[in-house]
Design a protein around this ligand. Structure first.
Ligand code: PLP
Length: 359
């Protein structure tokens, strides 16, 4: 019997996507971004499957420690780095590579007495204005790091693009120009591109690229699907039909009763809801696959269940597989119906949803 809400993980799709991204950036090493539990897929299974990645990136030091404890041996960058001596010591002990973005971090590094130095990624704020040193201070901090005995030389140089998903936006070219000004002539390895940079901005490719969302087979672009770039979905979110009911015209369905049958309706109940990470704001026409056929969501999403219109899907029966997104139903499409982005849908899949590695 098909289990209740579960996320099927297609690790062949994952390695296919990595190989495809490698072909798109043939001269770059790939740092696979697996923060936030690998965008909801499971950081450890994903890291174990990506044997071909040159490095990984996580947001926080504890995410890096968990990967080391699971036996991951590749390089691991920590995008937020540390804000205390204790956290710096964890980087050194577990061979994690902090991003250095603030004066506080440089002070901590200079005052530290580490058993072994750390490799670091020095971050320029080239226009996103979130983390990183501004252009006026960047080279001074680069000099300080180059003299710091706690730092393995030479530091890597990194920046992050704020608008790379907008192909018409000239902010990206401004960021690229600013970064290349700051690093001109330096021998240090560099990293700029996220998924959107890798796929759309050829001059953002450097020694290192940092794809996240594209690895999971979802698009970073608002008006494009990952399939158009040849990427395959890694996660297929599935559940099963648990009830079918015959309603008459005028019957209201679900909380608030805001969806009212306009005709006699064969309604199905599927065992998934916002308690699993299915978006509560999915609009009433959001597509759902029942036995391979698209049917519309009706009524409000509740915590453990959704309701769908099976009137045009007469062969559907209790126990049938229901797909919410993934193979056959792009997550980009569901994101549009829920007025959000694929990143949010993938990250929000809750721990109750069992991750099942396919095959
Ligand atoms: C999350 C993140 C990435 C990956 O972004 P995607 O859009 O998922 O490819 C790359 N670099 C940094 C600094 C990030 O925070």
């Amino acid at each position: 019997m098909l289990p209740s809400a579960h996320a099927l993980l297609d690790m062949e799709a994952l390695t296919h996507n990595l190989a495809l991204l490698r072909r798109r950036a043939p001269h770059s090493k790939i740092m696979a971004v697996i923060k936030a539990n690998a965008y909801g897929h499971g950081a450890i299974p994903v890291a174990l499957a990506l044997t071909d990645a040159d490095a990984f990136a996580v947001a926080r030091v504890d995410e890096g420690v968990s990967l080391r404890e699971a036996g991951i041996h590749q390089r691991i960058a920590v995008l937020q780095g540390f804000i205390s001596t204790v956290e710096l010591a964890l980087h050194s002990r577990f061979d994690l590579e902090p991003v250095i973005h603030s004066a506080l971090q440089v002070d901590i590094l200079e005052a530290a007495a580490l058993d072994k130095p750390v490799s670091v990624w020095l971050k320029l704020d080239s226009g996103m204005h979130r983390l990183g040193f501004g252009v006026k201070e960047f080279s001074a901090y680069r000099t300080r790091l180059s003299l710091c005995h706690s730092v393995r030389q030479p530091p890597f140089l990194i920046t992050h693009l704020a608008n790379a998903d907008e192909l018409e936006d000239n902010a990206t070219q401004c960021q690229l120009d600013l970064f290349s000004d700051q690093v001109a002539g330096l021998p240090n390895e560099r990293s700029i591109a996220n998924s959107a940079g890798l796929l759309a901005w050829e001059n953002s490719l450097a020694e290192w690229v940092r794809p996240g969302i594209a690895l999971y087979g979802a698009s970073p672009f608002p008006n494009r699907t990952a399939a158009e770039d040849g990427l395959r979905p890694v996660m297929t979110l599935r559940t099963r039909l648990i009830a079918i009911k015959h309603l008459k015209a005028g019957d209201a369905v679900g909380y608030g009763g805001d969806w009212v049958c306009s005709r006699p309706t064969r309604m199905g109940v599927a065992a998934i809801g916002y308690g699993d990470g299915y978006p509560r704001h999915a609009s009433p026409d959001t597509p759902v696959l029942v036995g391979g056929q698209r049917v519309p969501l009706i009524g409000r999403v509740s915590m453990d269940m959704i309701t769908v219109d099976l009137t045009e899907c007469c062969q559907a029966k209790v126990g049938d597989a229901v797909t919410l997104w993934g193979e056959g139903l792009p997550v980009e499409e569901i994101a549009r119906h829920a007025q959000t982005i694929p990143y949010v849908l993938l990250c929000n899949v809750t721990p109750r949803v069992k991750r099942v590695v396919r095959g």
